[in-house]
Design a protein around this ligand. Structure first.
Ligand code: KG4
Ligand code: ZN
Length: 337
């Protein structure tokens, strides 16, 4: 598919990213992950916006260089408009506005959550879902089941009533003594653990919504009681605890996916967002698809966590519908689908 030459910028949280795309063909996708937050056990907004400010020019130059393009070649600037951290979004948006003004090319503000879903339509994704399809977005800030009717029409049919799935992984990892962000470390640690060693209660929420706070509390209470008997409990059982917790979260996600597919009468499930990088989720979902004749779409790792390529893809589809922003565009810390 053809399309315009797009420079996309993502700065909603703790990744400074820039990508160059020709329509949905990704020519480059540079991601700078801010490691400064690890020592604080979570993203510090003030540090994030300063780090974006420091890195954004270099990241954009790197994206242009990798793509073999120059600023004057660009036809469109795409940028994450929200949801995200206000100070972080402001850096990307101000930079994008300046480029749009200087190069006299249009600017397109993109919804980050829509972009996570549309990453499935990148040219280099082997299989692409066809509309309409069901999508599970699982990131650090969101857990949503979405019916994707078209690139611009998405309907949330279920979402978390408290923590997001990524938050649940990060919080569990923290109490289990892993660094931040804990999700990927917990995943890695689980590979040497027995997922059946401990059982945690599957959250009980009606319909297609999610809840993770009870699960987190039950892990906390279990650890507190077990440590009373053995003060080295976490150290000795860390891998088994990680694997068992991960197994519970993934089993729960799968159950809600199954409910979602039944209630929306869909036979296509796509996943996206940082937690879609989780190896157990990927494995169980593929197995589930095979057993139930459901088509499963899992993005390559590079499109799971925050990246600018997905912002460019979303912009491509917005452009097809003439949805262009202007220089009055403002960041939206909340931006419903
Ligand atoms: O989509 P994302 O990069 O940023 C947001 O928009 O939130 O998601 C980040 C979240 C973090 O909570 C991180 O711990 C989690 O995704 N995550 C994982 C894995 N990789 C990233 N959680 C579990 N297993 C993983 N392999
Ligand atoms: Zn994200």
């Amino acid at each position: 598919m053809g399309g315009k030459l797009i420079l996309a910028i993502e700065s909603s949280c703790d990744e400074t990213s820039a990508a160059v795309l020709l329509g949905t063909k990704v020519l480059s996708n540079e991601v700078y992950t801010q490691l400064q937050h690890a020592q604080y056990g979570g993203v510090v907004p003030e540090i994030a916006s300063r780090a974006h400010q420091t890195m954004i020019t270099a990241v954009v130059h790197a994206a242009l260089k990798t793509a073999g393009k120059e600023l004057r070649d660009l036809e469109v600037i795409a940028v994450t408009q929200g949801p995200g951290l206000m100070g972080s979004l402001l850096v990307g948006i101000s930079f994008a506005k300046s480029l749009s003004l200087a190069l006299e090319i249009p600017i397109v503000g993109v919804n980050h959550m829509q972009a996570h879903i549309l990453a499935h339509l990148a040219d280099d994704c082997e299989n692409k879902p066809s509309f309409p399809f069901l999508n599970l977005t699982v990131s650090g800030g969101h857990t949503q089941l979405v019916v994707v009717h078209s690139p611009s029409r998405m309907e949330v049919v279920g979402e978390t009533i408290d923590d997001a799935a990524g938050e649940a992984f990060d919080k569990a990892a923290k109490v289990l003594g892993l660094d931040y962000p804990g999700g990927p470390l917990l995943d890695k640690m689980s590979q040497n653990g027995d997922a059946k060693k401990f059982t945690f209660p599957i959250p009980k929420v009606e319909g297609l919504n999610f809840s993770f706070s009870g699960l987190k509390t039950s892990l906390l209470y279990f650890l507190r009681d077990s440590q009373k008997e053995n003060s080295n409990f976490i150290e000795e059982e860390r891998a088994n605890l990680c694997a068992s917790f991960q197994h519970t979260v993934v089993t729960y996600l799968l159950r809600q996916i199954q409910r979602g597919l039944t209630s929306t009468q869909s036979n296509q499930i796509a996943i996206c967002g940082g937690v879609s990088a989780n190896s157990e989720l990927r494995k169980q979902l593929v197995e589930y698809g095979r057993k139930n004749e459901v088509e499963v779409f899992i993005p390559p790792f590079k499109y799971c966590t925050d990246n600018a390529a997905m912002i460019g893809i979303a912009a491509h589809f917005l452009l097809l519908e003439n949805q262009v922003s202007d220089l009055k565009m403002v960041p939206l810390s909340r931006f419903p689908l």
